[in-house]
Design a protein around this ligand. Structure first.
Ligand code: ADP
Ligand code: MG
Length: 362
């Protein structure tokens, strides 16, 4: 495997705060252990049945033809397995893989250098492909379609384009923001896989598998408890597993039971649904101070003592996804599920009683 050491490790996305336990982006420790936990082939890759089946066909057919696989685009939230799948694609094709990322390719020349050094059949993994520069993107169009690039030599009127033939290769692009890809780029992928959040049962399998690799003893209930708090994301599941393992070692006999998992994640302030301290603070303020809203984002942010951006980009996406909070033109409102989750009763219900349905329904 060939790592492009110019690749910056983090992106400039959300102000995630330091090492958020339920953050989906990889932190230093994740990067160190993830290599050991990555499934090596499609068989081992848990969940994403549709994607797996389709990809399996694409790769099998290419192998049968003795050809290089079509370019593949992987889109989905952080931590769902895009990097893992890119490595699996290379492994299944028996091909080497070169890893780089959009932000690492600032100039078309950077891309030309990478492309021209590819071997036949090699997989080029381009992470965060939506963050590539425009000129590089245009060079990539031609490379993907015709396996050719024009290398510009010199500057100004004397500049000349030298065409360069490339060996056939497979581009695997990954993006968290498929909508940001220009259509001409999207169209050049033969196959696009949309990765979904994982069901709790699938995460339970991920956790079991990882526990085996980490040599941790875990009961099915323990794995289920961690899975339920992992926000549909294998990276978070693996991270919570490591924290629970620490707790089990220090406070118990090392075996992860439901009880131990629940206590451990209580210590780390990750609640039964995967909300952390910040998520709960936002939700609590919305319910307690603003009676469930609607309230403006800025006001809500002041109430929890956070920046607007932190509330909007770090806390809200998951709260919205979980159906606990809704963004409306008049402001943020809590859903009935939010009241239930925090074990609180909406004011209408307190006042009304007697079968009255109130604003929030039964
Ligand atoms: N389907 C899966 N089965 C098992 N483990 C997975 C799966 N998807 C992701 N993982 C694990 O989650 C972690 C993050 O996956 P990664 O491929 O780096 O995500 P992404 O590139 O989408 O951010 C890795 O440790 C990987 O082993
Ligand atoms: Mg990745």
């Amino acid at each position: 495997m060939n790592w492009d050491d110019t690749a910056p490790s983090t992106d400039d996305a959300a102000p995630a705060g330091p090492d958020r336990l339920v953050g989906a982006d990889a932190d230093g420790e994740d990067t160190a252990v993830e290599a050991a936990l990555r499934p090596k082939d499609l068989q081992e890759f848990v969940g994403q049945e549709r994607v797996r089946e389709q990809l399996d066909l694409v790769l099998r057919a290419a192998r049968a033809r003795g050809a290089t696989a079509d370019h593949v685009l992987l889109s989905g939230a952080p931590g769902l397995g895009k990097t893992t799948l890119s490595m699996i694609i290379a492994a299944e094709m028996g091909a080497p893989i070169r890893i780089t990322s959009g932000p690492a390719i600032q100039h078309a020349g950077d891309l030309a250098a990478i492309l021209s050094s590819l071997q036949e059949g090699e997989v080029l993994f381009l992470d965060e492909i939506h963050r590539m520069s425009r000129p590089a993107e245009e060079m990539l169009y031609m490379a993907m379609e015709d396996f050719r690039v024009d290398v510009i030599v010199g500057k100004g009127p004397g500049a000349t384009a030298i065409p360069l033939e490339l060996p056939p290769f497979t581009l695997v692009g990954a993006t968290t923001r498929a909508g940001l890809l220009p259509p001409p780029l999207r169209d050049r992928f033969g196959f696009t896989a949309h990765m979904e959040f994982y069901a709790p049962e699938e995460l339970q399998r991920v956790i079991h598998r990882s526990a085996g690799l980490l040599d941790v003893e875990i009961e099915p209930d323990g794995a289920a408890e961690i899975a339920g708090r992992s926000r549909g994301t294998p990276r978070i599941a693996n991270r919570l597993l490591r924290r629970v393992r620490d707790y089990a070692q220090v406070k118990a006999d090392g075996v992860i039971t439901r009880e131990i998992a629940s206590q451990a994640l209580g210590v780390y302030e990750v609640d039964a649904r995967g909300l952390d301290r910040l998520d709960r603070a936002v939700l609590t303020a919305l319910l307690k101070l603003f009676a469930g809203g609607p309230v403006g984002l800025s006001t809500l942010a002041v109430a929890v003592g956070e920046e607007r951006e932190t509330v909007e980009e770090v806390a809200e996406p998951f709260l919205v996804r979980e159906g606990l909070l809704a963004r409306t033109p008049r402001g943020r409102i809590a859903t009935p599920a939010a009241w239930a989750h925090l074990d609180m009763v909406p004011p209408q219900h307190q006042a009304g009683g007697n079968g009255q349905q109130g604003l929030f329904g039964a």
